[in-house]
Design a protein around this ligand. Sequence first.
Ligand SMILES: Cc1cc2nc3c(=O)[nH]c(=O)nc-3n(C[C@H](O)[C@H](O)[C@H](O)COP(=O)(O)OP(=O)(O)OC[C@H]3O[C@@H](n4cnc5c(N)ncnc54)[C@H](O)[C@@H]3O)c2cc1C
Length: 298
Amino acid sequence: MRWEADVSLAPLTRLGVGGPTPRLARPDSEGSLRAVVQSLAGQPFLVLGGGANTLVSDAGVEVPVLILIGGFDRLELLEGEIRTGAATQIPAFVNQARQAGRDGFLFLEAVPGTIGGALRMNAGSADTGLWNRALWVEAMTPSGDTLRLTAAEAKPRYRGVDVPEEWVFLGGVFSAPAGDAEAIRKAHLERRRQKVETQVYDLPSCGSTWKNPGPPFGTAWEVVDRVGMRGARRGNALITEKHANFIANLGGARAEDVLALMIETRRRARDDLGVELEPEIRFWGFTEDELCAVGATA
Ligand SMILES: Cc1cc2nc3c(=O)[nH]c(=O)nc-3n(C[C@H](O)[C@H](O)[C@H](O)COP(=O)(O)OP(=O)(O)OC[C@H]3O[C@@H](n4cnc5c(N)ncnc54)[C@H](O)[C@@H]3O)c2cc1C
């Protein structure tokens, strides 16, 4: 496996900010991934999917980064189920399901990124996520063992899953019963229309910045709005007017700008409303103090 040295991560993320990794590998098969993780012999590493939910610090990360490609980008429609690799793009997965009249993936419509990232994040809507459709998922441990997980074992929750961070998802099999193709098509188009109308697709972002705090505080965007941070700008990072839970890169934004906006929002939410906002986005390469200031646990 060829390692690339000193690779900038900004172009590999949707937000487009952040520094480099000292080493990057792009394994294209289970065998090559196993060789890579075994060569790392227990040293920490990170896996990047589409970078649609990840904020990389301006200094970058100190550890190697892996991106799954090639044989991990696959999709097979079978009776009642879809088998897919972790590198498959979520929109490609959803489009194929919709075109084949398969039911149950409306919550993933217009969600960018990969199936691997969606498994780690349990991506979806407020009340459902990809693991709800999983029959089983394959993951590789840092020692190179491959194992199968069911949802009952992975214990999915709102935007997360109880699977060790150092395990790499390889792909999975998802329940996909045939439904009313025309009704599915219409529902997907409507969902896409609503998302594009209300969320931020015309500027680079990481999607929802904060998890919804739930009752009695409502949604995260309402909290950001109530503490007067909608439209706040720091450098070229902007909390968008269109959707107050999105931070956009207006061009050349720095991770420190994004972080500053988040820290100020969180401070105001705590001081003014008594709510502890918890980030939805993942942070790479930040100090413990920075993570603590923004309320991130990892
Ligand atoms: C405009 C927009 C709209 C969005 N709408 C939604 C939405 O409706 N619902 C929603 O849930 N999210 C949404 N998101 C967020 C994002 O699309 C999802 O979280 C998506 O699942 C991220 O996938 P990714 O491959 O880009 O993950 P990345 O950002 O690359 O990674 C996210 C996390 O997953 C880990 N990871 C990635 N691949 C693997 C793997 N193979 N094995 C193990 N860990 C891995 C990474 O290490 C990281 O911790 C939105 C984002 C944007 C920009």
